[in-house]
Design a protein around this ligand. Structure first.
Ligand code: AMP
Ligand code: MN
Ligand code: MN
Ligand code: MN
Length: 278
C-alpha cells in the first residue's frame, strides 16, 4: 500500500487544486494521501468529496502543517487525522492566518526599502484563495525578474537573516501539539533533517517535541542522506515516536512527485499503525 502523508494544495503554497492533487495521487497509485497545507485545512472537504466520487476512491487523510517557532528556527508540525471542521481548531488557525497577512505586509515593506516594488500585490494574486507564504513572494520575485530562481529569492531576500526576512511570530511547538490533539489528530514533527541545525540541536528538538507529547516524526523525506535517515530512525526509536513519511509535494517537478521515496525500516511503528485503512 502506498501511503503519502505530506502534500500541499493551492490553499497554501502548492500549485494544484484539491481535485487536481487527488487526481494526480490516483495517477501515481497512491492509496492514502494526507493533505497538509501550511496552517490551513481549507482543502480537505473539497478533496474528500471529490475522492469519494471516484470509482476506486483513494483515502484522503485530513491534515495540516503548522508553523511554529523554536529557538529562532521555523519548525513545522504536521497534524494528521484532525477533525478539520472542529470549530475551536478553525478559530485557533485564524491567529496563524492573521499573522501570515501581517508578515506579508512587513516583508513587502522591507523589499520596498531595498527598492523592490510591486511584490506583495503579485504574491497575493498568486496566493489566490490560499494562505500567503514566502513561496508566493519568491514566485512573484521570479516573475518580476528580481531574481532568476526561487532559491535565489530565499538566499538573498526571504531566508533567515536576509534583507527582507521578518522574524516570525508563530506559535510554540507545545501549542501546535495541543491544537492538533485537541482536534483529535496526531502530531508529527515534519522533515526533521531539513532544518539548518547541528545534530546536537536536532537531538534537542526531537527530545522536546516528544516531551510535549508529540506522536510521531517523519523519518525520511526526499533528498535525505543515508546517515541522516539512520539518525532519524534512531531518534524515533529512542523517543518512542511513530514513524511517518510523505513527499512534501508542492508541484509537479523534476525532483518532486507524490508517492515517492516513502520507505522506512519495518522496525519502526508507522503512524498509521492503528488507523482504519480500507
Ligand atoms: P512560509 O511558511 O511562509 O515561511 O514559507 C515557507 C515555504 O517556502 C516552505 O514551505 C517551502 O515550501 C518554501 N521554501 C522555503 N525555503 C525555500 C527555498 N530555499 N527554496 C524554495 N522554496 C522554499
Ligand atoms: Mn511549502
Ligand atoms: Mn515544511
Ligand atoms: Mn510541507
Amino acid at each position: 500500500m502506498k501511503i503519502d502523508l505530506h502534500a500541499h494544495t493551492h490553499y497554501s503554497d502548492g500549485l494544484l487544486s484539491p481535485k487536481e492533487l487527488v487526481t494526480r495521487a490516483e495517477m501515481m497509485q497512491v492509496d492514502v494521501l494526507a493533505i497538509t497545507d501550511h496552517d490551513t485545512v481549507d482543502a480537505v472537504s473539497e478533496a474528500i468529496a471529490f475522492a469519494s466520487q471516484q470509482t476506486k476512491p483513494i483515502q484522503v487523510v485530513a491534515g495540516i502543517e503548522l508553523s511554529t517557532k523554536w529557538h529562532g528556527f521555523d519548525i513545522h508540525i504536521l497534524g494528521l487525522q484532525v477533525e478539520h471542521t472542529d470549530p475551536l481548531f478553525n478559530e485557533r488557525l485564524k491567529q496563524q492566518h492573521r499573522y501570515r497577512d501581517e508578515r506579508a505586509q512587513a516583508i513587502n515593506k522591507k523589499l520596498e526599502k531595498a527598492g523592490i516594488t510591486g511584490v506583495l500585490s503579485l504574491a497575493s494574486e498568486l496566493a489566490g484563495v490560499g494562505q500567503i507564504t514566502r513561496a508566493h513572494f519568491a514566485r512573484a520575485m521570479l516573475e518580476l525578474g528580481v531574481v532568476s530562481t526561487m532559491e535565489q529569492a530565499f538566499k538573498k531576500y526571504l531566508g533567515k537573516g536576509q534583507r527582507a526576512f521578518v522574524t516570525p511570530q508563530w506559535i510554540s511547538i507545545a501549542e501546535a501539539v495541543q491544537w492538533i490533539q485537541d482536534a483529535g489528530g496526531q502530531a508529527v514533527l515534519a522533515h526533521p533533517a531539513s532544518y539548518d541545525m547541528s545534530t546536537k540541536w536536532l537531538r534537542r528538538l526531537v527530545n522536546e517535541f516528544a516531551s510535549h507529547g508529540g506522536d510521531g516524526m517523519e523519518v525520511t523525506h526526499p533528498q535525505i542522506s543515508v546517515e541522516k535517515k539512520r539518525l532519524l530512525a534512531e531518534l524515533a526509536s529512542t523517543h518512542q515516536l511513530k514513524a511517518s513519511s510523505g513527499s512534501d509535494f508542492h508541484a509537479p517537478g523534476r525532483w518532486t512527485e507524490l508517492g515517492r521515496n516513502l520507505e522506512f525500516s519495518d522496525e519502526l511503528t508507522p503512524i498509521w499503525h492503528d488507523w482504519e485503512l480500507s
